[in-house]
Design a protein around this ligand. Structure first.
Ligand code: HSE
Length: 430
């Protein structure tokens, strides 16, 4: 065992930061045995020390100055849990340039600035660890980096936002309204401080960018991926999906198109068949299916958010860094030239669910079918529930495999029909 403890500067003492502090204390002995070093959080930087907190801030080691963590020569490692991208970027950059290893759970930071930060890490010869940035407590980063290192990754598909999965599950199983379910997710601490990023799909998108970049050795630009959230999912769509034998999930899809070498990255609410294993992933749980050319299909499941699961991943990184600090082994990201092209979303292919509110008149379905047929989009099934409203009707269609661009174009034409009453709802069926 090394006589010198590992000194950690912790930036941020929110839900996850407090969890890291609490759980390092809880399992101190175990961690010392396993890493060979004592892990000491010797300084904590917070914006407002007076803020009411569920877990008391150890006031003797608190500062409000992030630079104090970086300039302290005794601190070996910075754990960045402040979130956001501006101050976090400066902190991580300065930490690396000061010769400190970095652990971060900040997916937005890596998705937006990963390329730049890993170049700084390379130059400084110091690694960045980021297990907590994707899927909370599921060890997916080390899995792709280490356990699947011998594979070409063919696809990564998963439920990677716990808040959205919680909201959709509560809407499905308890019949809650979207707003009620969101409030529950916030009260339970699953949603980000600003839940907009959860529900508009961007939290999942940041994670998808990290997974895509890690799988394909090149940083996928944020503006080359397609993102849609769950804000417009209605209970009636969940009910129609149920009637068709499907469950609505927010899905991250990362897929290599072998012939063109292009990489498809998108986040969209999608229908998953009830006999598919991902449909049974409920509540705040996440699940990620990784398909490698050698290993075949693999599935990783666990808590995708929450204080303890996420702090488990941060502590794993701290322990990893503690073991490797004297013998660094790369920066945590390996670029390579095999891939680099992203697939435009218009080219991506799937089946679709389409709900259209129309005037209940003869010929309406024929007009819709003609627009689809002209674009060679086949109809798989049609439902038109009988109801008491004699003027309006909901038509639910499921469509055969087709390019997203063609379906969106058809939808534009359908929306222009006089008989159509709403903006049609389009969901993918995966
Ligand atoms: N708000 C995130 C989620 C937390 O709901 O998945 C973990 O990133």
């Amino acid at each position: 065992m090394s006589a010198t403890p590992l000194q950690i500067g912790l930036a941020g003492f929110g839900n996850v930061g407090a969890g890291v502090y609490k759980n390092i204390e809880k399992n101190r002995h175990l961690l010392r045995e396993r890493t060979g070093r004592d892990l000491i959080i010797s300084r904590i930087a917070v914006r407002d020390p007076q803020k009411a907190r569920a877990f008391a801030l150890p006031s003797d080691i608190v500062t409000t100055d992030l630079d104090e963590l970086v300039s302290d020569p005794d601190i070996d490692m910075i754990v960045e849990l402040i979130g956001g991208t501006s101050r976090a970027f400066e902190l991580v950059k300065k930490a690396l340039e000061s010769g400190k290893s970095v652990v971060t759970g900040n997916k937005a930071l890596l998705a937006e600035h990963g390329k730049e930060l890993f170049a700084i890490a390379e130059k400084a010869g110091k690694p960045i660890y980021y297990e907590a940035a994707v899927a909370g407590g599921i060890p997916i980063i080390k899995t792709v980096q280490e356990s699947l290192v011998g594979n070409h990754i063919q696809s990564v598909v998963g439920i990677i936002n716990g808040t959205c999965n919680y909201i959709l599950t509560r809407m499905t199983e308890a019949g809650l309204d979207y707003e009620e379910a969101l409030k529950e997710a916030k009260d339970l601490g699953y949603a980000e401080a600003d839940p907009t990023l959860d529900i508009n799909g961007w939290d999942a998108a940041h994670k998808a960018i990290i997974l895509a970049s890690l799988s394909y050795g090149c940083w996928m630009p944020c503006d080359e991926i397609y993102v849609e959230g769950i804000e417009n999912i209605k209970r009636e769509d969940i009910a129609f999906a149920e009637a068709l034998g499907y469950t609505v999930k927010l899905l991250g899809v990362i897929q290599l198109h072998e012939e063109s070498g292009a990489i498809e990255v998108r986040v969209q609410p999608s229908l998953i068949a009830n006999d598919h294993i991902l449909s049974s992933v409920k509540g705040v749980f996440n699940a990620i299916m990784v398909h490698g050319d050698i290993v075949g299909e693999t599935l990783f499941y666990g808590s995708g958010a929450g204080q303890d699961p996420t702090s488990s991943s941060v502590i794993a990184d701290i322990a990893d860094a503690a073991s490797r600090i004297d013998a660094p082994n790369g920066t945590g990201f390996v670029t390579h030239g095999l891939y680099g092209k992203s697939l435009p979303v218009e080219e991506s292919v799937s089946k679709y669910y389409l709900r259209i509110e129309v005037d209940d008149k003869p010929g309406v379905l024929a007009k819709i079918a003609t627009i689809l047929g002209e674009r060679e989009i086949g109809i798989l099934s049609v439902i038109q529930p009988e109801d008491d409203d004699e003027e309006h009707a909901s038509i639910v269609l499921t469509l055969h495999y087709a390019k997203y661009g063609a379906v969106c174009e058809a939808l534009g034409k359908i929306s222009e029909l006089n008989c159509v009453r709403n903006t049609p709802v389009l969901l993918r069926m995966e």
